[in-house]
Each structure stands twice: as C-alpha cells, then as structure tokens.
Design a protein around this ligand. Sequence first.
Ligand SMILES: Nc1nc2c(ncn2[C@@H]2O[C@H](COP(=O)(O)OP(=O)(O)OP(=O)(O)O)[C@@H](O)[C@H]2O)c(=O)[nH]1
Ligand SMILES: [Mg+2]
Length: 295
Amino acid sequence: MRYGQLVMGPAGSGKSTYCATMQRHGYDDKRVIKVVNLDPAAEHFDYQPFLDIRDLIQLDDAMEDEELRYGPNGGLIFCIEYLVEHSDWLRDQLCGVGSDDEDDATEEPDDDYVLFDMPGQIELYTHLKAGNSLARLLESWNFRLCSVFLVDSQFMIDGAKFLSGTMAALSVMANMELPHVNVLSKMDLLSKGHRGQMDKYLDPDPHALLGEVTNESAWGRKYRKLSETIGMLIEDFSLVRFTPLNINDEENVADLLLMIDNVIQYGEDADVKVRDFDPPEPDEVEDDSRYYGDD
Ligand SMILES: Nc1nc2c(ncn2[C@@H]2O[C@H](COP(=O)(O)OP(=O)(O)OP(=O)(O)O)[C@@H](O)[C@H]2O)c(=O)[nH]1
Ligand SMILES: [Mg+2]
C-alpha cells in the first residue's frame, strides 16, 4: 500500500509551499515524504521533486504546437490530460519501470508517501474529468489518497468569500470522490484582528455568516433565501470544515499531517503514534462525513 495527498487549490493558494513544508517537516521527523511536481508551468519550488511532469511534457509544448495553439490556461489542462493519457510514464516512474501488474506495487515499502503538487487550474478538480481520472489511476496502483484543498485564509475573512470558497471546496469533494481535507493556508499573514475573526470561519455558523452577505448588496438582498438555504445545507450536513495552517508553527504542521495520516490510515501499525482521535475502520472510509466533522 502506498499513501498520497493530492494537493489542490486555486492559483497561488500555497500548494507548492505546503509540499515543501511537509517534506521538510518529514525530514526533521526522519520520515521520507516524496513530492511529485504535476504543475507543468512551475518555475520555482522549494522541495526536492521525486518526479516532475516537465520531464514528460512542458507547457510550451502545448502552447507552441502549430495545431494545438493553446493559451497558458488551456495548455495546462492539456498537459494534465496528456499525463492521464500517457499514464504508463507516471506508473513506471512511481512504481518502478516495467511494473505492469499490480503485484509489483505491493513490493514497495509500506510507508511510501507521496505528495502530488497540482497546478492551480481549479477547473481540473471542480468539474473536468482529468483530476478524477488521475485519482482513479493512482488508486489502481495501490495508492490510498486524500484530497488536500488549500484556500488562502486572506480570502476567507468575509461572508461572501467564505461562501464561494466553501462552494469551491464542495465542488472538489464531489468531483474527486476522495476523502477530503480543507486547509486555510497563510495564517501567518493574517492580522491579529482578522485572526480573531477567523475563529468563526473555522467552526462556521453559516447563518450568521450569510446574514452578513445578504445585508451587503442588491444581489444579496435579492437572493437572501438562496444564500440561507445554501448555508443551512452546509450546516445541516456538516459538509465543509477548514483546518488552519501556519507553516511557521511546527505543532500546527505536525497536527495537520497527523490528521491527514489518520484519514488515509497511514502508520496504522506503528505503535508509537499518538493519536487525537481513533482512525477510521477500513469499511468506514467511504463514509466521508466523519472527516468533515459530524457534530
Ligand atoms: N507568508 C506566507 N506566504 C506563503 C505561504 N504559502 C505560500 N506563500 C507565498 O505565496 C506565494 C504562492 O505560493 P505557492 O506555494 O507558489 O502557491 P501555489 O498554490 O503553488 O501557486 P501556483 O502553483 O502558481 O498555483 C509565494 O510567494 C509563497 O511564498 C504561507 O503559508 N505563508
Ligand atoms: Mg505551485
């Protein structure tokens, strides 16, 4: 069994920084966390990539191709679709060259742990097939996966933005069909005042938040009922929870990693692990509700 996190989120939300932070944290903990760069447009990241999509295809290939003539955004999507279509390349790199049966996968070390640093093209995860196809491929190679969806905390400090961030997170959950953890990134950049305000977004009362939205604008007034209903849906089904991340706070980083480890049942057999809550039973993994909080 292998373990993986698909690190997703809008452009600039901190995905590559998250991967670098987790890899560094793992290193300090004497734990190997590999990072795969799946962003063909990436120019700079602070981690040592175990694998790089640019060895398969470059964004320029899609943009400069006489026939394709993609712009940067369409080009990125093309690159991920190309990766999925040429999955042999990815499998050979991840699982060892020439391993075309599933038995080979089981020969991997128990604790193979890989973060996939995805591009910031959010439509890949919200409604296009490519993100989902990639997840299914990895699962077929014995990866136990978790979606990690990052949203920049600075965009989550008012009701309207909270609502759209929440809806984006919901789309990703529905489209990826994976256990899912939402992360509010860049907490270190929030002012003290905003940090105080933040608390109510971490355990949100959609009624109160959307009350804010509806007072603000003509749109809000007109669609008050709609906003309230969405709010109730989110609340009643405990659909969306966010976990804050301040990358400068080691304890915060460790807690988040432990939480995701529990979701994918990493280190189940390790007896030294201290847990904050019981890991899910294998047959409960499908029951996503527990990951979003069901109180
Ligand atoms: N202070 C602070 N800056 C951050 C944090 N995370 C990311 N940044 C900064 O935000 C910018 C974007 O971060 P990236 O990690 O490249 O974001 P990304 O989601 O990988 O971006 P794309 O791949 O372009 O979609 C960089 O300047 C980072 O240094 C954080 O937790 N704290
Ligand atoms: Mg990046």
